[in-house]
Design a protein around this ligand. Sequence first.
Ligand code: GLN
Length: 290
Amino acid sequence: MSDRGKQATRTVSQILAEVRRRFTEGGIEEAAADARVLTAGLLGLSSTELITRGGDVVDEEKARLVDATIARRLAHEPVHRILGEREFYGLSLSLSPETLEPRPDTEILVDTVAPYLRRLAKDGERIHILDMGTGTGAICLALLNECPEASGIGSDVSTDALRTAQANAERNGLQGRFQAVRSNWFENIAGLFHAIVSNPPYIASSVVHNLAPEVTKFDPVAALDGGPDGLDAYKAIAKDVARFMQPNGIIGLEIGYDQRASVTALFEHEGFKLLESVKDYGLNDRVLVF
Ligand code: GLN
């Protein structure tokens, strides 16, 4: 009998149950949710189809692909890294080794900044956005998608990240209004912007290596490490940002849970006023607008 013949055919539900069992036994925290995302992604099904087509027999080659990826999650690779993509603010984004995986909390930055841009657009302004340390392009692309009158620059020091951001712009039909620029903060940036946004590295260097292995082993350290006090990026931005702002422009920043006072002080020192402070889903300070 061939190998193929020995292996019983399995249904979608059976495979899902098997993945969940292996994840649970392996101590994966969100075992059920991760099993759903990974199985659906690898089988090319939506989360609804995972249930409604639970009785479908899965092609053995695909079933083996699922089997083979279980070990990667057990070795702490996040499911979206395994799939190479994730959703952010309704956009589908590719990930690469030099891009931070966009977090749901970062959607709050988009939620907070988008209304300011819509208001300006209503006044007839042609909106221009700068997203520094754009990574996958997530923040800039989501804002462009929300605000059809806007164009934007996503800057990054990593050429790998810029390639990914550009591909993500194309993937979501936003390439006409998006430009990827290699720049260390404002170094290669010209122009005046209505919104300067960033989710910069903000974790103190001494803490970076104590994060979950999902983060330390798979997110690029350059996107996390904010120097001795975690504030290096905010200092670099605050120092020069005034020269790049439209008079009615805003600055929107993601921050660490304990950085509200210190980041506010840095920008107030440069003459900016805190307009809004927003908490994340864990009720930590997460977004500041100046
Ligand atoms: N929020 C990320 C984390 O929890 C950190 C992102 C950053 O430093 N900008 O790891």
